[in-house]
Design a protein. Structure first.
Length: 317
């Protein structure tokens, strides 16, 4: 791994107690371990630091009984505890029977490499989701966690692939409940289910100058490997939207249960009919349904509004 012979997949970075920045990544599907690189500044240049291992030197992912490391997410809580999240899930019951896939959480020592606690399962995956509330939206990959107003919000890519969902808990390592869909990168047409075509979704939440954004990617050019980075920012509820949309938002705020509310966002009900306020003519002449046209900004690799279905709206405060 230190020789640059592998790809770098889905990294995440956190600042350690020593003030340095630690980047966690899975090199590719040819190596079953989590690599760590370190730098004095968050933007690089990162140097290889080691691989996550236990106190006896056993490499996480290579020990008997370990599940497959994948898409690591890392989070440092206010008490200094560093939580490392890792893993992915099967997409079918058949795959679940014969795979070592699972989503787990563990804690690290101050050296940012050594396991303090062993991995334990966290979010349910296909084959383990019955009665949990996650059925149909089980974790597939791409975990990212944030602490917002005292609660822990874990964003992940579900088995539907096109959607980023979230789960919420009072603790960072257990008790997560399914919260809903934050954003989808597929096209949504009135009266139809979302259409997923090519590629997955991957992203996370970030608060910038007091406003939350969901960052994610969407496939382009009919290839799952041609991706555009997108960011959805939240306007105050009802601003710059048609009366019909404002009415939907007000009704959603009145009726939404606390479990399904993401701070700064409100999930919208699906479009049931062709509302002219929710349709936009795309560049190729197709009408695309957008809950909030014009708010999706491409942050890399593109030059126009993303033709993606927006499932969230910033709540007014």
């Amino acid at each position: 791994m230190p020789h640059g012979e592998h790809e770098l997949w889905a990294p995440d970075v956190v600042q350690g107690k020593d003030g340095r920045y630690y980047l966690y990544y899975c090199p590719d599907d040819k190596v079953k371990s989590i690599g760590v690189a370190v730098c004095d500044t968050p933007a690089g240049h990162y140097m290889f630091y080691g691989v996550v291992r236990d106190r006896e030197g056993g490499i996480l992912g290579e020990r008997p009984g370990d599940t497959i490391p994948f898409d690591p997410g890392v989070f440092r809580d206010e008490d200094g505890t560093v939580y490392l999240y890792s893993g992915n899930g099967p997409r079918t019951e058949k795959e679940a029977v014969k795979t070592q896939k699972a989503f787990v959480v563990m804690t690290l020592e101050d050296d940012m490499l050594t396991l303090r606690t062993e991995p334990r399962r966290l979010l349910p995956t296909v084959g383990h989701s019955r009665g949990t509330g996650f059925a149909g939206h089980e974790l597939f990959e791409a975990s990212s966690i944030r602490k917002i107003r005292g609660k822990y919000y874990l964003v992940y890519s579900s088995i539907a692939c096109h959607e980023l969902c979230y789960a919420v808990s009072d603790r960072p390592d257990r008790g997560f409940r399914y919260g809903g869909v934050v954003v989808s990168n597929c096209d949504l047409f009135p009266g139809e289910k979302p259409r997923y075509a090519f590629g997955n979704n991957h992203g996370g939440l970030e608060c910038i100058n007091g406003q939350y954004y969901i960052f994610y990617h969407r496939p382009t050019n009919r290839s799952m490997y041609s991706r555009q980075g997108c960011a959805e920012g939240g306007d105050p509820a009802g601003r710059q939207h048609s009366p019909g949309v404002r009415d939907q938002l007000r009704a959603q705020r009145r009726t939404a249960g606390s479990q399904r509310q993401l701070p700064g966002y409100h999930l919208l009900p699906p479009v049931r009919q062709a509302d002219p306020h929710l349709l936009r003519q795309d560049a190729d002449g197709q009408q695309t349904s957008l809950h909030h046209p014009g708010r999706s900004r491409l942050v890399a690799g593109g030059c126009r509004t993303a033709a993606a279905a927006v499932h969230c709206q910033r709540a007014g405060r």
